[in-house]
Design a binder for this molecule. Structure first.
Ligand code: GDP
Ligand code: GDP
Length: 444
C-alpha cells in the first residue's frame, strides 16, 4: 500500500515552498545540491514520528504558468483535492484573511477531505497576535495552527495534526518488498487492459480496502514472481471527468505516478508507433531516474514479416534515443501474448536499479577505462580522474572526483557510463554521473 499523500495549497507567496523544503530538508541527497542535477521537486517523502508520507507542493507544479492567479489557485486546489489524502491549507498572517483565502476554503470544503489550516509567518514566539484568530472564520473542523515556516516553529504541531488525519496501514504505510509500478502512456495505449491482464482474477483495488478517498487506483498483486503495486494513471483519469479536459492534468498525473513508482511501464500503441506524446511521457520517467520497460502493446493487431521487429526496434531506439537502457517488449494485452514475461522483467530491472558496486571495483574499472581511452586534454592540461564512488541507488548514482569539470567532456562522460554498463549491466535503469572538481592538481 502506498503512503498517504499530503498536499500544501494556498495563495502565492504565503510560504508553501518554504514549508515544503523545510519538511523534506534532511532528505536531500548529495546529488540534489549539485547544479545541473537539481530539479524542482513537487513531490517528496517526509517523515514524522516514524510515519512516512508523500508531500506535494501544489505551487511548484506550474511555476512558470502565465495564467491569472485565481485560475492557478483553482487548478492547484483541484490537484490537491484529486490527489491528496490530507490538505494543508496555508494562509499568511501578514496579509491577514483575504477573499482569495475564502475562495480556496470553499473549494476545499466541497471535497470533504480533511483540511489543516496553517497560518504562516507567525515569526515571534509568545502570545499569538490577534490577527491569528480571524482564521477561525474559515470554519474548518480543526483549529488553525500558527507557523513560522522560516524558523520552523509550529511545524511539530502542524505535523501532529496532519498525521492524525492520515490513514496508515499496520506497517506504517511503507512496505519495502512491494515494487511500485507506474503504468504510463497516452490515452488508449492499453494501460488499463494490461493491468487487468496482468492481475487477472486476483485483481484488488487497494484504495478501496484501505478506505482512503483518494482517486488513485492502485492494484496490489502477489504472485510467484513477487509483490507488485500497479499505479494506473488511466484509472485515475476516469474518476475525474472534469479534469480530463485539461491536457496538462494528464501530464501532472503521469508525473505523480512516476514519482511514486520504482519501475515504469511505458505503454506504446504498436499501431501508432512512438508519437510526440509518447516521447514526452517517456521523458518524465527518464528525468525522474526511474527504471523503465518500453512495452509495445497491441502486437496482435500488426501484420508481421520477418523484419518487422527489427524495424520497430530501430524506430523506437531512434525516437527514444535518450533511454537506450530500457528493454523493449512486444505484447498484446488482448491475447495475453508475452504479458507474463513482464513480471520477470520488472523484477529484474528493479534489482538492477538497486545494485551497489563497491568503490574498489569502481576504481578498478576507472583504471582500465582511462588506460584504454586517455582522458581529454586542453591547452596542455589533462583531465585527471581521482576516484569514483557510488552514492545512491534507484537510479544508481556515481560521484567522480577529478581536477577539472570543464575537461570532463560529454563524450568522455558517455564513455565512462558505457564502461559502467558493459561491466555491471544496470539494464533498464538510467545512471547518473556527478562530476566533482577538486582544486588544480595538474602538477601531481
Ligand atoms: P509560496 O509562493 O507559497 O511557495 O511562497 P514561498 O515559500 O516562496 O515564500 C514566499 C516568501 O515568504 C519568501 O520570501 C519567503 O522567504 C517568505 N516566508 C516564507 N515563510 C515565512 C515565514 O515563516 N516568515 C517570514 N517572515 N517569511 C516567510
Ligand atoms: P488506456 O486508456 O491506456 O487505459 O487504454 P485501455 O486499456 O482502455 O485500452 C484502449 C483500447 O485499446 C480498448 O478498446 C482496448 O480494448 C484496446 N486494446 C488494449 N490492448 C489491446 C491489445 O493488445 N490489442 C488490441 N487489438 N486492442 C487492445
Amino acid at each position: 500500500m502506498s503512503k498517504p499523500v499530503v498536499a500544501i495549497v494556498g495563495r502565492p507567496n504565503v510560504g508553501k515552498s518554504t514549508l515544503f523544503n523545510k519538511l523534506i530538508g534532511e532528505r536531500r541527497s548529495i546529488v540534489e545540491d549539485t547544479p545541473g542535477v537539481t530539479r524542482d521537486r513537487i513531490y517528496a517523502e517526509a517523515e514524522w514520528n516514524d510515519r512516512k508520507f508523500l508531500l506535494v507542493d501544489t505551487g511548484g507544479i506550474e511555476p512558470k504558468s502565465e495564467d491569472p492567479i485565481p485560475k492557478q489557485m483553482r487548478r492547484q486546489a483541484e490537484i490537491a483535492v484529486a490527489t491528496a489524502d490530507v490538505i494543508i491549507f496555508m494562509c499568511d498572517i501578514r496579509a491577514g484573511l483575504i477573499a482569495d483565502d475564502r475562495d480556496i476554503a470553499i473549494m476545499l470544503k466541497k471535497s470533504g477531505k480533511p483540511v489543516v489550516v496553517v497560518v504562516n509567518k507567525v515569526d515571534k514566539v509568545g502570545d499569538l497576535p490577534f490577527e491569528f484568530y480571524e482564521f477561525y472564520e474559515l470554519g474548518f473542523e480543526k483549529e488553525p495552527i500558527a507557523l513560522s515556516a522560516l524558523h520552523g516553529t509550529g511545524s511539530g504541531d502542524l505535523l501532529d495534526a496532519v498525521i492524525e488525519e492520515c490513514h496508515f496501514d499496520e506497517n506504517g504505510g511503507d512496505d519495502e518488498n512491494v515494487i511500485n509500478v507506474a503504468v504510463i502512456g497516452k490515452p488508449n495505449a492499453g494501460k488499463s487492459s494490461i493491468i487487468n491482464r496482468m492481475c487477472g482474477e486476483e485483481r484488488v483495488i487497494v484504495s478501496d480496502i484501505a478506505g482512503t478517498t483518494r482517486d488513485a487506483v492502485d492494484t496490489r498483486i502477489d504472485n510467484q514472481y513477487g509483490s507488485y503495486n500497479f499505479i494506473d494513471t488511466a484509472g485515475i483519469r476516469r474518476h475525474s471527468k472534469v479534469e480530463d479536459r485539461i491536457e496538462k492534468f494528464s501530464v501532472i498525473r503521469a508525473k505523480m505516478a512516476v514519482e511514486r513508482s520504482d519501475v515504469c511501464l511505458l505503454m506504446i500503441d504498436a499501431k501508432d508507433g512512438v508519437t510526440e506524446q509518447d516521447e514526452k511521457i517517456a521523458g518524465i520517467a527518464h528525468e525522474a531516474g526511474k527504471a523503465t520497460v518500453i512495452v509495445i502493446n497491441k502486437w496482435d493487431a500488426i501484420e508481421k514479416e520477418n523484419s518487422t521487429v527489427n524495424e520497430y526496434n530501430r524506430k523506437i531506439r531512434t525516437a527514444l534515443a535518450y533511454m537506450p537502457y530500457a528493454p523493449i517488449i512486444y505484447v498484446s494485452a488482448l491475447t495475453g501474448q508475452r504479458v507474463a514475461h513482464l513480471y520477470e522483467l520488472i523484477t529484474q530491472i528493479y534489482n538492477e536499479a538497486r545494485r551497489r558496486i563497491t568503490t574498489g571495483m569502481l576504481n578498478d574499472l576507472l583504471n582500465d577505462a582511462t588506460t584504454r581511452v586517455q582522458p581529454p586534454s586542453d591547452k596542455g592540461k589533462r583531465l585527471k580522474i581521482y576516484y569514483m564512488t557510488q552514492t545512491s541507488v534507484a537510479p544508481p548514482t556515481f560521484v567522480i572526483f577529478c581536477n577539472s569539470e570543464e575537461l570532463f567532456h560529454f563524450s568522455y562522460r558517455r564513455y565512462i557510463e558505457n564502461c559502467l554498463r558493459d561491466t555491471f549491466g544496470f539494464e533498464g535503469t538510467p545512471i547518473r554521473l556527478v562530476i566533482r572538481q577538486r582544486g588544480d592538481d595538474s602538477t601531481k
